[in-house]
Design a protein around this ligand. Sequence first.
Ligand SMILES: Nc1ncnc2c1ncn2[C@@H]1O[C@H](COP(=O)(O)OP(=O)(O)OP(=O)(O)O)[C@@H](O)[C@H]1O
Ligand SMILES: [Mg+2]
Length: 616
Amino acid sequence: MPKSILGHEFILKKEDLKKKKQKTDQRGNTIPNAKNWQYSMKKIWQLMDDAHFKLFIVITCVIISSLLGLLGPYMIGKIIDNKIIPKKFDGLTQDLWMLLIIFILLSVTSYIAAIIMVTIAQDTVYKLRMQLFSHMQKLPIPFFDKRQHGELMSRMTNDIDTISQVLNSSFIQFTSSVVTIVGTIIVMLMLSPLLTLLTMIIIPLMFIAMQWITRRTGPLYKRRQKAIGAMNGYIEEIISGQVVVKVFSQEQEVISGFSEKNRNVRDNSFWSVTYSGFIPKVMNFFNNISFAIVAGIGGILALKGYGITVGTIVIFAEYARQFTRPLNDLANQFNTVLSALSGAERVFEIIDTEEEIDVDNANRNLEIKGDIKLENVVFKYNEEQTKPTINNVSFEVKTGESLALVGATGAGKTTIIQLLARFYEIQGGSIKIDDIDIKDIPKATLRNQMAYVLQDPFIFDGTIRENIKYKNQDISDEVMIQAAKDANAYDFIMRLEHGFDTEITFESTHLSQGEKQLINISRALVLNPKILLLDEATSNIDTVTEMKLQEAIEKLMHGRTSIIIAHRLNTVKKADKIVVLNQGEVIEAGKQSDLIALRGVYYDMLNSGDDLELLE
Ligand SMILES: Nc1ncnc2c1ncn2[C@@H]1O[C@H](COP(=O)(O)OP(=O)(O)OP(=O)(O)O)[C@@H](O)[C@H]1O
Ligand SMILES: [Mg+2]
């Protein structure tokens, strides 16, 4: 590819300039359709419901300052015509004082408008952010399953930022531009229609030039955003996969991969900034031309006595300058407003997503005893699935009993536990707790009385203490320590330099997988739940931690209803009941001794594993 003299590849091709069906703005964001605009604007307007009076003051101040901006040059022109040229200086000082007052008022009103607008904007954006975040907390798990987390985060940050920008400044600029343009045209027409026409001549040329530029910046900005996205994605991937990169000695490959992405960002940024940098230059050029026309032709007309005065020419020269600036602003604002609207649309799309279905009834105060009963449960993650993930599953666990779920990877064990916690809605059959369908129990009541230890342990940024007391920081230290002891986590925590006050993070590598699991178990234990759901980690952990985990699980099972997904057959041995799952169906169920006597799948699993002591 040919390069510019500065060494950047020419990346804009002819087909990039062709009009696309999907409209995009200067920065390459999709322009929402009018119906959605109206909707987003209405929603934002509603957020400003307590700011209508403030907004009124802003608009008043903007109108006043724009009109004062017109009045200043007008007065200067009149002073030239009436005082300076005829050399009549009486009252001139007064006029100059007036001018000074006008300019002071102009600054004061525009400053007041700006300050108030920023308060309105920040209050509104604060509310919007709160709405979005709290709404996300009410959305069901399937919503998050379907979306890329980074993309959701960008709605919370990027999209809201663009809205904030527009509210901060575009609103004022927009109003002031419109008032200025309309006001200028009116005064100019009143003074001299001929000179007005001369001033306007350059406008079509200006539009043609602007279009030439924006047709190029549009695709370039879009490509730049994409290139930045790709580069960021790459950086994230490589940082989180750093260990794998090192293990396979891919450092050089990774560097050259990055270099390509980096170059792409550089070239696209260079060209988009180069082209959009034309805009003020071109505007300036036309401004100067317009000034020359007004001064030159106006001067000739004045000399030839066409009723045009020197003062009028001064006014026109200033107005011509004032006129192109708001036009330019308007064009720029338009793009910003469009990207903000598409951002708003993405934000409201989430806010309008239906909340998790829940009931609020008499069962709110239900004290769960812990009888669990599944009857012919059928569940699919997606409507399109031909075979359900959970197919006709029935089993029962009585209060205080423990049940072990076993089966190959992908059999549906985690899914069953998630259904019990009601992360997903089942499509057939029923799940009952103490003979009440869980659909009739408010989710908070249900989840408050069960503890769920996830297959992948999760650690929040904070101390170990905060992590264990996650549900309620007021839990006493005695309870926390007891839970840590029962979970067999106490010893390793005490070996850390700061004990329970050690800061840990999700990525923190100084905790092993097994230790993270033990902290998660402690977090469940402090709550002393009626029902325990435990998804045993599949990852290989060292034998010492494994033994500790084993003991912890046994203590956990003691005296409460528990459903445990067991990958280690040692755990299974301790359970009152075993359910063997295969491709979402129960293929064997019963006591350990019954299943061994049956000599079926479970028996084969025992034989294939190295955990043969179970056969005793
Ligand atoms: N959020 C999801 N959306 C769609 N399909 C899913 C989702 N989660 C799991 N599945 C699919 O459902 C099936 C059961 O998955 P599940 O996680 O319940 O298996 P598992 O028995 O816990 O396996 P493992 O022993 O590996 O943990 C798998 O085929 C899996 O691909
Ligand atoms: Mg699982």
